[in-house]
Write a protein that binds this ligand. Structure first.
Ligand SMILES: Nc1ncnc2c1ncn2[C@@H]1O[C@H](COP(=O)(O)OP(=O)(O)O)[C@@H](O)[C@H]1O
Ligand SMILES: [Mg+2]
Length: 226
C-alpha cells in the first residue's frame, strides 16, 4: 500500500541543511496497524504528514498503491488524500468558525456526499463518540480532549481505508484513550490500515508493528504478537 524509497526531508537555512528525515525506506502493507514511536523531534509528525500528502519530501520516492506520489501535482495528491485517508492532527485543526457538526461535515462536502447521507453519518459519529450534546458548540467551547474526539470523528467519517493519527490520544484521559485504541483495533480488524504516532508504549502495543524513529532514521522495526 505504501512504499517509501530514500525519502528525505530537510529545511534549508542559508547554506545549512537541517535534516529531519534521512534516506528513509519503509514498506507498509494494506491491513497493517503500525505504531511509530521515538523521542520528540525524531521526525514522526513530518513522516506522517508526508504519508498523508500534507507535506512534500525534499527527495526520494513515495508510492501509494500504484500511484507515484512524488510525481503527482497538488490537485492529484489532494484528491488521493480526500478519497483514501483520514488524518488525525496532533493539534486537532478544527475550524473555529464552524460548529462541531459542521466540522464533521467538511470532509463529506469535499467528497460531494449527498445531504441526507451526510446527516446520517454525522449523527452516527456524534453517537459513536458520545458527543451528541456538543453538536452545536464551537471548538473554543470544548476542552482539549473533546476537540481531539471531534478531530478523530472527522477523520473517520468518510470511512477511509487508511487512518493516519498523530498522537491521537495525547489529550484524552486514560478511559477515553483506551476507547479510541479499542475502536482503532476494531476498524483494523475490519480491514482499515492504521498508522499512528504515539509516546505511549501501551497505545503502541495495540498495533501489530512498532517502528522506532530516531533522528529521522528507522532505528527499530518490530512485529508485535498482538
Ligand atoms: N517548518 C520547519 N522548519 C524547520 N524545522 C522544522 C520545521 N518543521 C519541523 N521542523 C523540525 O523537524 C524536526 C522533527 O519535527 P517533528 O516531525 O515534528 O518531530 P516529532 O513529531 O517526532 O516530535 C524537529 O527538530 C523540528 O524542529
Ligand atoms: Mg510530533
Amino acid at each position: 500500500m505504501i512504499q517509501l524509497n530514500n525519502i528525505e526531508k530537510y529545511y534549508e537555512n542559508g547554506a545549512i541543511k537541517t535534516f529531519v528525515l534521512r534516506q528513509l525506506n519503509l514498506e507498509i502493507q494494506e491491513g497493517e496497524f503500525v505504531s511509530i514511536m521515538g523521542p520528540s523531534g525524531a521526525g514522526k509528525s513530518t513522516l506522517l504528514h508526508i504519508l498523508g500528502m500534507l507535506d512534500t519530501p525534499s527527495g526520494g520516492e513515495y508510492h501509494f498503491y500504484d500511484q507515484p506520489v512524488h510525481q503527482l501535482n497538488e490537485r492529484q495528491t489532494t484528491e488521493l488524500h480526500r478519497d483514501h485517508i483520514g488524518f488525525v492532527f496532533q493539534s486537532y485543526h478544527l475550524i473555529d468558525e464552524l460548529t462541531v457538526a459542521e466540522n464533521l461535515e467538511t470532509p463529506l462536502l469535499y467528497q460531494k456526499v449527498k445531504s441526507n447521507e451526510r446527516k446520517g453519518r454525522i449523527a452516527e459519529m456524534l453517537d459513536r463518540f458520545n458527543i451528541v450534546a456538543k453538536k452545536g458548540l464551537f471548538p473554543n467551547q470544548l476542552s482539549g480532549g473533546q476537540q481531539q474526539l471531534i478531530g478523530i470523528a472527522r477523520a473517520l467519517i468518510t470511512n477511509p481505508k487508511l487512518i493516519l493519527a498523530d498522537e491521537p490520544t495525547g489529550n484524552l484521559n486514560s478511559a477515553e484513550g483506551e476507547r479510541i485504541m479499542t475502536h482503532f483495533k476494531h476498524l483494523n480488524a475490519e480491514g482499515v490500515s492504521i498508522i499512528q504516532c504515539t509516546h505511549s508504549e501501551k497505545n503502541a502495543a495495540y498495533g501489530s508493528r512498532i517502528i522506532n524513529l530516531v533522528d529521522g532514521w528507522v532505528d527499530a522495526d518490530e512485529r508485535t504478537s498482538s
